[in-house]
Design a protein around this ligand. Structure first.
Ligand code: SAM
Length: 280
């Protein structure tokens, strides 16, 4: 008998993966956690029925979310990750030698435990001596900090449940206060094809907090529509170009300096989504 996992991405769209087996299932305090082994994408971590990472395609997402801000900042010594419980963002951050401290604030310790148990290629991020993991709500954590980080990365679930506040202007204002001068905020901002409302809301919120924001696009095969967005904002400078002075980490599989610059070139249908967010 064949075993399949289906993510109902919208009421009219599902992604199906043929499974080898189910590895782990758990009701955590915050969400329904599932780890499965799939034929096409390797091991997959799901929360509340939504794919968070797969072993085969996570590099697209983590390389873009992390290297866009870290290659655009002249001296990213202190980096904060909100969410990111699988460890993939930490792994990419720690490829940068200049980083002195990488703090991760994840609300659900069960996600980190599952990643350590089943996703070693991602959980390797937790083992770097520069990493400091806190179990807390990222919204409250950021509110308690002033000029503490050079880069803040929001590697969150979709805007439901505990992650809802991570998509609000108030949270982006707290991030601005928690950033050192010249600091950069980078957030995963969903699919422009399936979640245009979220893409626009993030841009409006980040514009309200920072005066402007910049959207980058990249492929992400197992996320809804396969086309994903990342939004960056800074109170000084322009994150759309990598700095020539910043060394490129070795052995990357998707991110290059040219892809960095190209990812901010937007097709008309995305410009249209953002138009209400950029008009004076
Ligand atoms: N790459 C993924 C995606 O876009 O689907 C996100 C991966 S990561 C597993 C997301 C994490 O954000 C989850 O482990 C979840 O527990 C965490 N999270 C959600 N809301 C949070 C909050 N308010 N503070 C800290 N972590 C939060």
């Amino acid at each position: 008998m064949e075993l399949w996992f289906s993510e109902h991405q919208t009421p009219d769209l599902s992604l199906g993966l043929r499974l080898r087996r189910t590895l782990h299932r758990e009701h955590t305090r915050f969400q329904e956690l599932l780890v499965v082994d799939s034929e096409a994408f390797g091991r997959v971590l799901c929360l509340d029925g939504t794919i968070q990472v797969t072993e085969r395609d996570e590099f697209f997402y983590h390389e873009m979310l992390v290297h866009l801000p870290l290659m655009a900042h002249p001296d990213p010594r202190r980096v904060l990750v909100i969410g990111g419980g699988d460890g993939g963002s930490l792994r990419e951050i720690c490829r940068h030698e200049v980083v002195e401290a990488a703090v991760q604030v994840e609300i659900d310790p069960a996600v980190m435990a599952a990643s350590r148990a089943y996703l070693p290629t991602l959980a390797v991020g937790f083992d770097d001596p520069r990493v400091d993991v806190r179990v807390a709500d990222g919204i409250a954590f950021v509110r308690e900090h002033r000029e503490a980080f050079d880069v803040i990365i929001c590697d969150s679930t979709d805007p439901v449940g505990p992650a809802q506040g991570l998509f609000e202007a108030d949270f982006y204002r707290s991030c601005r206060t928690a950033l050192r001068p010249g600091g950069i905020l980078a957030v995963q901002s969903e699919s422009p094809l399936v979640n245009a409302d979220v893409v626009r809301r993030v841009a409006l919120g980040m514009n309200a907090a920072f005066g402007q924001s910049h959207l980058a696009l990249g492929p992400m095969p197992t996320y809804p529509s396969g086309l994903w967005s990342y939004t960056l904002a800074t109170a000084a400078g322009d994150p759309r170009r990598p700095l020539p002075s910043r060394p490129l980490p070795e052995r990357l599989r998707y991110y290059t300096r040219d892809i960095h610059a190209a990812s901010f070139l937007l097709p008309p249908f995305v410009e249209e989504i953002l138009a209400p967010a950029t008009e004076p």
